[in-house]
Design a protein around this ligand. Structure first.
Ligand code: TXD
Length: 316
């Protein structure tokens, strides 16, 4: 049977990811958005591209969660961006409430699917979605795939070597506290440190950590969506085609890296069951400090999320 990928949130990132999934002929797609006609329109637009893409895949869209039925993977980008005057906690509260509504729809129509959360603040949203969907779906988050792509891009710009020849990963949380791994970054197997001096590497790490903000500042409205959408599609592809690719993924740690319960971005083998295995890499002293900082940041987000869930009396 043909595979199906559901997208809740048909905005910039959701639509770009869906376009990539259809363009590569990976699966049929369903777009669900609170703005139903917009999702329906984008789905029709995508389907009309099929004859030129030479794919037999098609798209459906609307506001009804029933459209998610039989999805193998569901990608969630639904949420609101921070508005002027809104604190990070206000944003978290609103997006937790949206996540709850979305998870109810997924539980009803796509139980057993692998769920990829994308909505910000990513680490907290993955944590609450896993709470809402416990026993129904496996939940992971996309951030490291994007942050790693940015890191590789900047290493490529620095060396003039094709980004395809650059292996580098970003672990930890999404945002300023992420952990770009310089110690294991390589250019066709040559340690990056042998080709780039420490000062420049530090600058590349910082640019990677602030990569999202750099695009926001240029766009003036909204945030990045091409690289995020394509990063989502790479995770979807690894799962649907059982590729066993190592992709940095936000997932719950169960003893790996000496931690349990916390959600962190770590290298994971992605295939049919979602995360098949978490890979533990050794970190330099500098990276260990960043990792600790990242852990504290995620723990703080998880605890603020717990308070919101308690204060708002949100039931699972
Ligand atoms: O690396 C990452 N994880 C990220 C995350 C990279 C890029 C973007 N990142 C976050 O993804 C971003 O901060 C947002 O939280 C999400 C989605 O970003 P996008 O740029 O796609 O935002 P849009 O265009 O505003 O899309 C959000 C859609 C929009 O169409 C709303 O109508 C819809 O979500 N929405 C809903 N759909 C269904 N149900 C409900 N309740 C709902 N509320 C809003």
């Amino acid at each position: 049977m043909s595979k199906k990928v559901g997208f809740v949130g048909a905005g910039f990132v959701g639509a770009e990811a869906a376009r990539q999934v259809m363009s590569e002929g990976i699966a049929n797609v369903a777009l669900v958005d609170i703005v139903g006609d917009m999702a329906k329109g984008k789905a029709l637009d995508l389907t009309e591209a099929a004859p030129i893409l030479k794919t037999a895949k098609s798209a459906i869209g609307g506001s009804d969660y029933k459209l998610l039925q039989d999805s193998d993977v569901v990608v969630v980008t639904a949420g609101i961006p921070r508005k002027p005057g809104m604190s990070r906690d206000d944003l978290l509260k609103t997006n937790i409430l949206i996540t709850k509504e979305v998870c109810n729809g997924i539980r009803k129509y796509a139980p057993g699917s692998i769920v990829i959360m994308v909505t910000n603040p990513l680490d907290a949203i993955v944590y609450v979605a896993q709470k809402f969907l416990e026993g129904t779906c496996k939940v992971i988050g996309m951030a490291g795939a994007l942050d790693s792509a940015r890191f590789r891009t900047f290493l490529s710009m620095e060396t003039g070597v094709s980004s395809d020849d650059i292996q580098a990963m970003v672990l930890g949380s999404h945002g300023d506290a992420m952990v770009p791994l310089v110690s294991s970054a390589s250019i066709s197997g040559i340690p990056a440190k042998e080709l780039i001096n420490e000062k420049r590497l530090d600058e590349i790490v910082e640019r990677t950590q602030k990569g999202g903000g750099e695009i926001v500042a240029l766009l003036k409205t909204g945030s990045a969506y091409y690289a995020p959408g394509i990063s989502v599609a790479s995770m979807v592809k690894a799962i649907i085609l059982d590729e066993n690719k190592i992709i940095p993924t936000c997932t719950q740690l169960n003893g790996e890296y000496g931690e349990s319960g916390v959600f962190m971005g770590v290298p994971a083998i992605l295939g049919t069951d979602g995360v098949k295995k978490i890979i533990e890499v050794s970190l330099s002293e500098k990276e260990k400090k960043l990792w600790e900082n990242s852990l504290n940041h995620v723990r703080e987000l998880m605890s603020v999320s717990d308070s919101i869930i308690k204060n708002e009396k949100i039931q699972f």
